[in-house]
Design a protein around this ligand. Structure first.
Ligand code: AMO
Length: 423
């Protein structure tokens, strides 16, 4: 058995033939003597011309329509289906929560999120996720080209990795366990096996606050590489990864870019950078970390001074970085780490790591932490690790800044946060 399904975008090659088109009833328009049904499939829209009664079903009903492909310059794509036979493949138990065919989205964010399975059928609401998919493909392509190996690591773990962020605890067959805040330990350990690794996957943060840029689960694009001199080698890989993501979008998702009328960022051959201490001077403050308003200010400065929508801030104070962070040998209060700001928001964190076993033991002791919960992590270092470093990029933040979304939840499929556990 084979289906004769032809996609909307393929119809111009079938003028004069009788074909089957399947999809959702996007819109019906009843005129005096004719009814137009617009059918939506993954490739686009098909106009179906009905001159006899029928097709009297609500929008979003799933239909198979057999008809003759007829050229008509006025129809979308230059063709339409005439003399249709219409067969519903399923009927609706419920109407959509708002009009899905109008170009402007009439619903507010809570309605969209509550009704995500149907709301995301709207071409404008779906487009950010096409951008995500294309970005991840571009990330993989860029790192594959640099001979990184893709890995998949556990999301249930025995200890926290990101000291600053909160962790979800759970019961693992009677033992305490946590949802992974990042693949940090595993990607470092795998440098000892592959030298260069990356992972794209979910991570969990028990974020107690409700902000437009924090989720309790997000998608982390992680990479780690060995035999670096310092964090600058990692920053060069970040540059390649971000450029690859833009290329991925250009190659695979031009339609979404056009639909949302986006301007993609230009990724300079060398992304401009500023040291944390110089940033503080410029901001006229003295804080251990950057506040959101500081990030916006620095982004505007980079755009003005360097014409770049991307800016590396390097050398964050050691005190605010996790224990695995490598200090700057010249100024030990500062670290060999960085953030990448994109259009006013922190998009990437990364840096050089400690790589000697004894340095980890000392770093944990200096923070008043026992090395014991970290024994299995530390064994990688006990067995010899090269100087290494890596980074993580938040996928939803990337697509949010690309699309100018006011809230990261607009670029998150089924967001998980303080209030939201469904759909
Ligand atoms: P960090 O904790 O800074 O670093 O996270 C890296 C990047 O992940 C994104 N991000 C978030 N996105 C949505 N919701 C959140 N709650 C959230 N928290 C973080 C941001 C951020 O820049 N292990 C280190 C990375 C490394 O050094 O390799 C880490 O996880 O875009």
């Amino acid at each position: 058995h084979t289906t004769n399904r032809v996609l909307a975008a393929e119809l111009p090659a079938h003028v004069g033939e009788t074909v089957d088109v399947s999809g959702w009833l996007h819109r019906r328009r009843e005129l005096k003597s004719v009814t137009f049904l617009v059918l939506r499939d993954r490739s686009g829209l098909t106009q179906v011309v009905l001159t006899t009664p029928g097709g009297d079903v609500p929008e979003e009903t799933v239909l198979r329509v057999r008809g003759t492909v007829t050229a008509n310059a006025q129809a979308p794509g230059g063709v339409e289906l005439t003399s249709p036979q219409i067969e519903p493949l399923s009927s609706l138990a419920q109407a959509p929560p708002f009009d899905l065919y109008r170009p402007a989205v009439s619903a507010g964010l809570p309605t969209i999120l509550d009704h995500a399975p149907v709301a995301l059928r709207h071409p404008h609401l779906k487009a950010p996720f096409q951008l995500s998919a294309a970005s991840v493909a571009g990330f993989r392509a860029a790192l594959d080209a640099l001979s990184f190996t893709e890995i998949h690591t556990p999301k249930v773990v025995s200890s926290a990795t990101e000291s600053g962020a909160s962790v979800f605890a759970l019961d693992w067959f009677g033992r305490p366990a946590y949802l992974a805040q990042s693949p940090q330990f595993f990607k470092q350990a795998m440098v000892g096996v592959f030298e260069r690794v990356y992972e794209t996957g979910p991570v969990f943060r028990a974020e107690p606050h409700d902000t437009a840029r924090h989720l309790a689960q997000y998608t982390s694009l992680d990479a780690e590489l060995g035999f670096i001199t310092d964090h600058r080698d990692v920053m060069a890989v970040v540059r390649e990864a971000v450029a690859g993501m833009v290329e991925g979008i250009e190659e695979r998702s031009a339609e979404a870019v056009e639909r949302l009328e986006l301007t993609l960022p230009e990724v300079p051959a060398e992304i401009p950078q500023i040291h944390f201490a110089d940033a503080m001077k410029m901001l006229g403050v003295d804080e251990p970390d950057l506040a959101p308003a500081h990030e916006r200010f620095l982004s505007e400065w980079a755009l003005r001074e360097h014409g770049s929508e991307l800016l590396f801030v390097t050398g964050y104070p050691m005190a605010k970085r996790p224990f695995y962070t490598h200090p700057d040998p010249e100024r030990p209060a500062y670290s060999n780490s960085f953030d990448l700001l994109f259009r006013g928001l922190e998009l990437v964190t990364g840096g050089q790591r400690l790589h000697r076993y004894e340095d980890y033991v000392a770093a944990l002791a200096a923070r008043g932490e026992s090395a014991e919960p970290y024994e299995s992590y530390l064994s990688a270092f006990a067995h010899g690790m090269p100087p290494h470093g890596g980074f993580a990029l938040g996928l939803e933040r990337w697509t949010a800044r690309l699309t100018g979304a006011d809230n990261i939840r607009r670029t998150t499929l089924f967001p998980r946060d303080l209030h939201r556990l469904t759909p």
